[in-house]
Design a protein around this ligand. Structure first.
Ligand code: UFG
Length: 321
């Protein structure tokens, strides 16, 4: 697994290991945390180092690779796109090269709802036009576009998972969302509750019922489960495919604020500011393909439960700091 020291990677590694899979984590720790890896075998390595990566893949000979390692900040990708194309696109190409050399032919790839850009309708289906509006999304699209060629030429089958808004934490409170700087809504709202520092709502003049953006929040455990189902489908010989991973249910920023207030029992201090560049008004997954094809069924089908696990984690973290 690449990127196993990050938020979604660490949850997936933990779940895989609970299911009896042997997981080796590769991460350069540029954005992830060593403590997220726990006692899994770990190699600190940059994907850009193709010779070292090839040697490692050849030595481990994994049955499959689950590839999370990437930068994920949309805003940053519009300031330094070169970083995103080098790390996300170039890093993936290096990994595909190393896998091909070693004859590893199964890949689960972390993609994003950002590949759809400003969708023409919601819910978004997997065959909607791919039209990213930021460099982050494009850096993932470029990888998605390489994959069919690796399949055709090298027989490398892949499952592409396009995440909507990952949120929540391990219910036992050990793993949760920690980005520095944090840009994601739910952890920022929880921090605001704990610190009293107001959050800015990015725009309340969108064409939505309350004027704030609507997103499809999905619990990181359900996201991790999607990876395991994708892997198992590959092991069973399934052909390459692409899947949206979301609940198919949208919540506005103000609805998320209300959910945080009901879970924490505290007011969220916030003010309304201007729109953030590149934010689509509504992103909601048409997530039927994942359920139909892989049998995925979410354990956290509601926002309140998702926020509750994130709150338990945020509270615990603030006490240990
Ligand atoms: N928001 C605020 N204030 C904040 C932070 C966020 O109002 O301080 C709003 C955003 O405008 C957006 C919603 O909260 O409407 C969610 O924002 P996030 O930054 O948490 O998530 P995004 O939807 O922007 O991003 C997510 C993933 C990206 C992915 C993108 C696809 O984190 O990796 O979905 O569009 F690219």
């Amino acid at each position: 697994m690449t990127g196993g020291a990050g938020y979604i990677g660490a949850h997936t590694a933990a779940l895989l290991r609970r299911r009896g899979y042997a997981v080796t984590v590769v991460d350069n720790l540029s954005r992830g945390y060593r403590h997220n890896v726990g006692d899994a075998p770990f190699h600190q390595l940059d994907l850009a180092d193709t010779p070292a990566l090839s040697a490692l893949v050849a030595a481990i000979r994994p049955d499959a690779v689950v590839h999370f390692a990437a930068y994920i900040a949309v805003g940053e990708s519009m300031r330094v796109p070169e970083l995103y194309f080098a790390n996300n696109t170039g890093g993936s190409l290096s990994l595909l090269t190393a896998m091909t050399r070693a004859g590893i032919r199964c890949l689960v790839f972390s993609s994003t709802a950002a590949v759809y850009g400003m969708p023409r309708a919601v819910p978004i289906l997997e065959d909607f036009p791919i039209a990213p509006v930021n460099a982050y999304g494009e850096s993932k699209v470029l990888v998605e576009r390489m994959l069919p060629w690796f399949d055709q030429v090298h027989g490398l089958r892949s499952m592409v998972l396009r995440y909507f808004n990952a949120a929540g934490a391990d219910p036992e409170g050990r793993l949760g969302e920690e980005h520095e700087p944090e840009t994601h809504l739910i952890p920022l709202l929880l921090r605001a509750v704990l610190s009293g520092e107001p959050v800015t709502v990015f725009g309340d003049d969108y064409p939505t019922p309350d004027g704030t953006c609507i997103r499809d929040y999905i619990h990181v455990h359900d996201l991790a489960e999607a990876h395991i189902l994708a892997l198992e489908a590959l092991f069973a010989g399934a052909p390459s495919n692409q899947f949206n991973v979301g609940l198919g249910q949208g919540y506005s920023v103000l609805e998320v604020i209300r959910a945080v207030e009901s879970v924490t029992g505290k007011k969220v201090p916030y003010r309304v500011g201007p729109r953030r560049e590149g934010d689509p008004a509504i992103l909601v997954a048409g997530a039927g393909r994942l359920g139909r094809t892989l049998g995925w069924a979410p354990q956290y089908p509601g926002l309140t439960e998702i926020v509750r696990t994130a709150w338990d984690f945020a509270r615990q973290r603030s006490q240990t700091k």
